[in-house]
Design a protein around this ligand. Structure first.
Ligand code: ADP
Ligand code: MG
Length: 344
């Protein structure tokens, strides 16, 4: 018969005490070092001609304050570069034909000219006269199909080659030329708002969605990609064609559903081919993933316009962009690197 060890009871108790002490230590460490998950704050407001949503969680600065800072920055850029706002730099350039520009204006104009050069003029910041002719210059402008003569006349002033930059002076060399940065300024504003947030609070996370121009501030809870829907161009705004997963950088979509009117069964939209003067029709939408929202913005407009004039879409990957296009006959054209973003 086994003899009961009279000390067994004490031994068990010892184990019990060690377990309790262990749990207490773990709990204390957890309470000391555990950071609660960041709380996201969303602010929706109208800016840059569209509804903008800023979703942000600050690390050292209050999230609501960061969202306000982002909106202030985007509205500053809108006031400075919208051709429709009297007194803006672009309004002044179009009015006076020549201005002395500050560093930021020179940067944005040079960037726009660079994308025009890169895309053989498919993206063209000197598109203003055509955009106005079709009535896409302002939400309230009457939309109409212009006559052939009107289009041919406007085409005379459409070329970024009529923009001359000498030192800090920008001049327009053709009397018909009108600058419109609508195809790039929104992306630039998103980049700048994110820069501003990151400079004040480097560990802030979240994203900015400016009506289809989306820039990532930082991954969700510092770890996970944000899930972004690419819209079905034939559906309503909440019909999603596919989802992509993005931890950093930007995705921008140019679509024929953003601003358009219909006449005699034909849809006319706001993405105008600078070569023909008419809206481009090869794509319904083009989405671009890139490290910068500005680049993605300019390139999504350009590739939408280029359509089948760009036979090898993969050739565009040299510019560090990935492309997903939905054509008018519902084919998908995408770069080989795009699929990387379809996986979680
Ligand atoms: P949105 O997100 O506003 O739909 P896009 O980036 O697709 O913007 O650009 C559309 C705007 O770009 C138009 O409203 C117009 O101001 C301008 N735009 C139209 N066609 C061109 C073009 N070929 N090159 C550069 N800008 C253009
Ligand atoms: Mg664009």
């Amino acid at each position: 018969m086994l003899k009961k060890n009279p000390y067994n009871f004490l031994k068990n108790k010892g184990i019990l005490y060690s377990v309790i002490a262990g749990i207490a230590i773990i709990l204390t460490l957890f309470l000391i070092f555990h950071k609660p998950l960041p709380q996201y704050y969303s602010k929706k407001d109208f800016a840059l001609g569209t509804w903008v949503n800023v979703k942000v969680a600050g690390n050292k600065i209050n999230s609501e304050k960061l969202a306000d800072i982002a909106f202030d920055e985007m509205k500053r850029i809108e006031r400075k570069f919208s051709k429709n706002i009297k007194g803006s730099v672009i309004w002044e350039l179009n009015e006076k034909r020549s201005i002395i520009a500050d560093k930021e204006t020179l940067f944005l104009m040079k960037a726009a000219i660079n994308y025009a050069d890169l895309t053989g003029g498919a993206f063209d910041p000197a598109i203003g006269a055509l955009v106005k002719l079709w009535g896409f210059d302002d939400m309230n402008s009457p939309k109409r199909v212009p006559s052939k003569d009107e289009i041919n006349n406007a085409l005379k002033g459409i070329s970024y080659k009529f923009i001359k930059i000498e030192g800090n002076k920008i001049s327009l060399l053709n009397d018909e030329t009108m600058i419109d940065l609508g195809g790039i300024a929104k992306g630039y504003a998103v980049d700048m708002a994110i820069n501003k947030i990151k400079s004040l609070d480097p560990k802030a996370t979240g994203f900015i969605d400016a009506g289809g121009d989306i820039g990532i501030i930082g991954p969700k809870f510092n770890r996970f990609p944000w899930v972004i829907g690419i819209r079905d161009p034939d559906g309503n705004p909440y019909d999603i064609k596919l989802q992509i997963y993005l931890k950093e950088g930007a995705i921008v979509t140019s679509g024929n559903y953003e601003r358009y009117f219909e006449k005699d069964g034909v849809r006319y939209h706001h993405l105008i081919d600078p070569k023909t003067g008419y809206p481009a029709n090869f794509y319904k939408s083009v989405s671009i993933i890139s490290d910068s929202a500005m680049k993605a913005d300019a390139m999504s407009t350009a590739i939408f316009i280029l359509g089948d004039k760009l036979p090898d879409i993969d050739s565009m990957m040299q510019y560090d962009i990935q492309i997903y296009g939905i054509t008018s006959d519902n084919k998908i054209i995408k770069t080989t690197g795009f699929d990387y973003y379809l996986k979680k």
